[in-house]
Design a binder for this molecule. Structure first.
Ligand code: ATP
Length: 244
């Protein structure tokens, strides 16, 4: 039997005395995509940071690809094959290529060249911009740089924090299409979002409310849940409004 990519059991996470995540459990199977939905401040980023090891688990357990990593450093987790794209996703003053090279930490120069070629083959639009500051790119191109930077280490699991942040609907659609392509390669995805359009790129979803998981299931089960459907349809309308 294959190991789950991510297994979080009864996790609790706090900032100082303020408990932000309570009794959070979720499992992401290898090669599947899960969407974490939740409003501002629900705890999505905190959960991703805890999985990466940027924040410690106060309670509960965490396994990545079959390894218990509750006490493991972020570097160890990255070595296991996990990669993380923050909301910003890149360093705006650095060139596109330097951003990509940051994702190649520890690789031999020859391998770096190979990985750069791979990235430019996936996102040919970046070739002409490779020497330019990443911050000067369009919102959609910046996300492509952020995604490419994460892919440079050939991860098997990619965590993404609000890939739609700051994007117009056109660019959101582009990012969703890219995620669709990445899924075909067998990459496991865990994506935190408020934008329900991302359900199109997922197999499963969970909903976080005030630091607790209030729903876990397939996309079809989420859509059948009238309360959640109405709540998130409202949110989608709001997103469209803000983007226009
Ligand atoms: P958003 O969509 O707005 O990014 P989120 O669901 O990702 O929201 P988190 O960023 O995980 O939510 O925040 C969860 C809670 O933790 C919020 O109440 C937030 O104010 C609090 N919080 C986040 N970061 C810190 C921090 N560094 N110190 C103290 N509290 C924090």
């Amino acid at each position: 039997m294959t190991q789950s990519a991510i297994e979080v059991s009864s996790a609790g996470v706090a900032y100082g005395n303020m408990k932000v995540l309570n009794d959070v459990s979720l499992t992401v199977e290898q090669g599947t995509a899960m969407l974490i939905l939740g409003a501002n401040g629900a705890g999505k980023t905190t959960l991703l940071k805890a999985i990466m090891g940027f924040l410690p688990l106060r309670e509960g357990e965490l396994s990545l690809l079959g390894h218990n990593v509750k006490q493991a450093s972020t570097a160890k987790r990255v070595k296991l094959g996990i990669s993380y794209m923050s909301e910003l996703g890149l360093f705006p003053p650095l060139s596109v290529e330097d951003n990509l090279k940051l994702g190649c930490h520890g690789l031999h120069r020859r391998k770096v060249k190979e990985r750069l070629d791979e990235a430019y083959a996936i996102f040919p639009d970046l070739v002409a911009r490779r020497k330019e500051a990443a911050g000067s790119l369009s919102g959609g191109q910046r996300k492509m740089v952020g995604i490419s930077k994460c892919l440079m280490s050939h991860p098997s699991v990619l965590l993404m924090d609000e890939p739609s942040a700051g994007l117009s609907p056109k660019y959101v659609a582009e990012v969703i299409a890219v995620l669709g392509e990445l899924r075909k390669t067998g990459l496991t995805l865990l994506v935190a979002e408020q934008n329900v359009s991302f359900l199109a790129a997922a197999d499963n979803a969970c909903v976080i409310e005030s630091g607790r998981i209030s729903f876990r299931g397939t996309i079809a089960e989420l859509e059948d849940n009238t309360t959640l459907h109405d709540a998130f349809f409202g949110l989608e309308g709001l997103n469209d409004h803000l983007d226009s």
